[in-house]
Write a protein that binds this ligand. Structure first.
Ligand code: FAD
Length: 504
């Protein structure tokens, strides 16, 4: 990237002074050079783990501008990293070297909302929480929710196939996303509009069986096939009745027992079932100022309890209260749960949820966090956390203070375990003790090395633990078909993608 590129890119943008930020000096004073710190937050990820060195950030205002930028990058073979809210946890959204950063920050308009079908069509840069705030007064909500909602973009959510806290009830984005608009990194900067209103062809339909379902490829593609610029998504009705309870159980077997009972007794009103361990709760209480929901702490030397968060949402409060009440009564009576708190108002709903949602933030305050997001049969989940702790103790990493704590939490309802290993610092010795051991341990349990965070830079070399060689080869071919010159996030997502011949 040089001054000629910057000058050309500026000529493609309608508001170049606000849409292009660069540290490359202008030879003739036609733009004001940015200070290096202006680009820092775009070059570093949320965990401060992955650092790039890009001198150019482009924030297009429209799909047409994205198309012109990608067309130019294709011609000049300029590597590009698409970026949304930069909350991804696998190093996918930041440059590794000096790739051009293409941010969707400038594209955040709501295109249309149909309040009969609940179908929302929006630009890719819409912040998840802003979209929720737009929908709530209309009686609708987004079908997904995650701790990063205040920053992540819907385009980023789609590109990472984000799961989050509502997947149990509303399913994955593979089911709720109806249409996608994306720009391809080819010689024309082709705009691909799939089942989008006004994009030509069928638009935002629930049912469309005409050919390969191309939009599915973009869900979870992490910016390797094209830049997502717009989305049509089904939004559910906002429930009028909510309940949240946090329960304490003596062991992980009881977590599973409560889950089974809860599904059986609450049925259609169950909307979330989360768990966290005692180490996780202690970390949150210490680092976020949250209050324990329980009257007493476990006694010194006693077995450490586990916690589950149950959320119900429905349309009839009395009905939901009765169902949840009788579930809690039966669990208390048969001794499956030892303690519990039921939220009495909206403030308590928020504070109980924040115990679970602030786990990533609390871990970040304690140290450098090696995060693993795995899926596997629920029965095998927690033995992995215990095995990790034993491994670190054997290697003396807990005694010498390299590892401060290891916590397990996650979306039990989806078989999704998050292990956060909090270290004193980023440390090769710690990393090599964890990887690839953790991926092998996951594969032994027939699990997946990425349940919802994706592959990015972190897991690209390890995808073979969850996918067969023929499957990886087909994925590499698909990638080349969409990105013939390999300009989108090269070196990420798949192993050895560069070994396939580039075209053109
Ligand atoms: P970015 O981080 O900017 O990018 C992520 C990836 O998508 C990158 O590979 C990037 O190149 C690509 N990308 C971004 N936008 C586009 C686009 N328009 N077109 C093409 N490619 C694009 N994830 C979960 O699944 N569930 C959770 O519960 C969850 N909780 C989280 C809690 C916290 C506190 C944090 C920090 C993260 C959490 N995440 C969770 C991670 C999650 O992946 C991201 O928060 C979110 O989906 C990424 O959106 P983003 O806009 O920040 O994308």
């Amino acid at each position: 990237l040089d001054a000629d590129d910057v000058a050309h890119l500026r000529s493609l943008l309608s508001t170049p002074d606000s849409s292009l930020v660069t540290t490359i000096p202008s030879p003739d004073g036609s733009w004001k050079e940015a200070a290096p710190e202006d680009l820092v937050s775009y070059n570093v990820d949320w965990m401060d783990k992955y650092h790039g060195n890009s001198p150019v950030l482009v924030k297009p205002k429209s799909t047409d501008e994205v198309s012109k930028v990608l067309q130019y990058c294709y011609q000049k073979r300029i590597a590009v990293v698409p970026q949304g809210g930069n909350t991804g946890l696998v190093g996918g959204g930041v440059p590794i070297y000096d790739e051009l950063i293409l941010s969707t920050e400038g594209m955040n308009q709501i295109r249309e909302f149909d309040d009969v079908s609940g179908i929302l069509t929006a630009d890719a840069g819409g912040i998840l929480e802003s979209l929720s705030n737009f929908l709530h007064p209309k009686g609708y909500m987004m079908p997904l929710d995650l701790g990063a909602k205040g920053s992540c973009h819907i385009g980023g959510n789609i590109s990472t196939n984000a799961g989050g806290l509502r997947l149990l009830r509303y399913g994955s984005l593979h089911g709720t996303v109806l249409g996608i608009e994306a720009v391809l990194p080819d010689e024309n900067g082709t705009v691909l509009s799939i089942n989008m209103p006004g994009g030509g062809g069928a638009g935002a339909l629930r049912k469309d069986n005409t050919g390969y379902d191309l939009k599915q490829l973009f869900i979870g593609a992490e910016g390797t096939l094209g830049v997502v610029t717009g989305v049509s998504i089904m939004t559910p009705r906002l429930p009028s009745a909510y309940n949240v309870a946090v329960l304490s159980v003596p062991d992980f077997a009881s977590v599973q027992k409560v889950f089974k009972e809860t599904r059986g007794q609450l049925g259609e009103i169950l909307s979330a079932f989360e768990f966290f361990d005692h180490e996780g709760l202690e970390m949150v209480l210490e680092h976020t100022g949250a209050q324990s929901p329980f009257e007493s702490a476990p006694e010194e030397g006693a077995e450490k309890p586990f916690y589950v968060l149950i959320e119900t949402s429905g349309s009839n409060k009395d009905h939901d209260d009765e169902k949840l009440g009788s579930l809690l009564e039966s669990l208390l009576e048969n001794g499956t749960i030892s303690d519990g708190t039921l939220a009495q108002d909206e403030t308590q709903v928020q504070s109980l949820w924040s115990l679970r949602e602030s786990l990533p933030e609390a871990a970040g305050k304690l140290g450098r966090v090696y995060k693993y997001d795995l899926s596997m049969p629920v029965k095998d989940m927690y033995s992995l956390v215990e095995e990790a702790r034993e491994r670190f103790a054997e290697k003396g990493l807990d005694k010498d203070g390299s590892i401060k704590t290891t916590v397990g939490y996650g979306h039990i309802g989806d078989g999704n375990l998050h292990i956060n290993i909090v270290a004193k610092d980023w440390d090769k010795k710690v990393e090599q003790t964890i990887e690839p051991w953790i991926y092998e341990a996951t594969a032994k349990r027939n699990g997946s090395i990425s349940a919802e965070h994706g592959l990015g830079l972190m897991k690209a070399p390890y995808v073979g633990y969850s996918k067969t060689d023929p499957a990886i080869a087909v994925m590499q071919q698909i990638r080349r078909l969409f990105d013939p010159r390999g300009i989108l996030s090269p070196a990420k997502y798949l192993p050895q993608a560069s070994e396939l011949p580039l075209q053109g």
